[in-house]
Design a binder for this molecule. Structure first.
Ligand code: SAH
Length: 223
């Protein structure tokens, strides 16, 4: 199985479709091995453009959705990124490859929060195997509450569907920062891009419809 060939073919098709546009995101999608973030039994499907089951009834997002979110986030080298919903760790690794490219001395990093202990461990293992554990920090907690600390981030992505934008995450965003999040019901959402202006006010752009697994915890859906 030639994963590199399949990876390149998928990236080329996402470029043709106009989903992938910027150099940093394209480079990261060509570099991060998605086959190392899926369950063993799904490896051969790692490069179909579809979500795949992981542990705890969750899914690794489809590559096109990762691409759309990374493009919307306007990531740049050196940025500090917060992800809520680590899952497999793949999307966090993609963000890390953009803000702190392998082999560079960039001090960009990604903090990612996962609700399920078993998935946090799965992601840590995947990130270690692929060498992203030096730039991605996995926290096992309810990320809908933010990370508590006074830490502020340039970019925040939420990879689970929320009923509304959790307030703690808006507070964790730096002025000029961007937050991308699916908001709606459990069954269908729209992807929102929220920008915090320098004066702290917010502007919201609707990027279209999407379907994610539900956000749990304090600002998520009830279970
Ligand atoms: N970004 C992931 C896929 C996300 S699936 C990847 O690249 O593989 C959504 C993830 O969000 C699931 O792992 C789910 O357990 C997690 N999640 C749901 N509610 C959460 C919460 N309140 N805090 C942190 N993680 C949460």
């Amino acid at each position: 199985m030639d994963f590199e060939f399949k990876r390149r073919r998928l990236v080329e098709s996402l470029v043709r479709e106009g989903v992938l546009r910027s150099e940093g995101v394209i480079r990261a999608m060509l570099k991060v091995p998605r086959e190392c973030f899926v369950l063993k039994e799904y490896k051969e499907w790692a490069y179909i453009d579809s979500p795949l089951p992981i542990l705890c009834d969750q899914t690794i997002s489809a590559p096109h959705m990762c691409a759309i979110m990374c493009e919307a986030l306007e990531l740049d080298v050196g940025m500090q990124v917060l992800e809520i919903g680590t899952g497999s760790g793949y999307h966090a690794a993609l963000c890390a490859e953009i803000v702190a490219p392998s082999g560079s001395k960039s001090n960009g990093f990604v903090v990612t929060v996962e609700y399920f202990t078993e998935l946090a461990k799965f992601a840590r293992d995947n990130l270690e195997k692929t060498g992203y554990n030096d730039r991605v920090y996995v926290i096992n907690a309810d990320g809908s509450r933010g990370i508590g600390a006074k830490e502020r981030f340039d970019r925040i992505l939420v990879t689970a569907a929320a009923p509304t934008v959790p307030k703690p995450l808006l507070e964790a965003l730096k002025p000029q920062g961007l937050l991308v999040i699916p908001v709606g019901t459990r069954f269908s959402q729209v992807l929102l891009k929220v920008k915090k202006r320098p004066d702290g006010s917010l502007s919201v752009e609707n990027l279209g419809s999407c379907i994610f697994v539900s956000l749990r915890g304090r600002y998520g859906f009830e279970y």
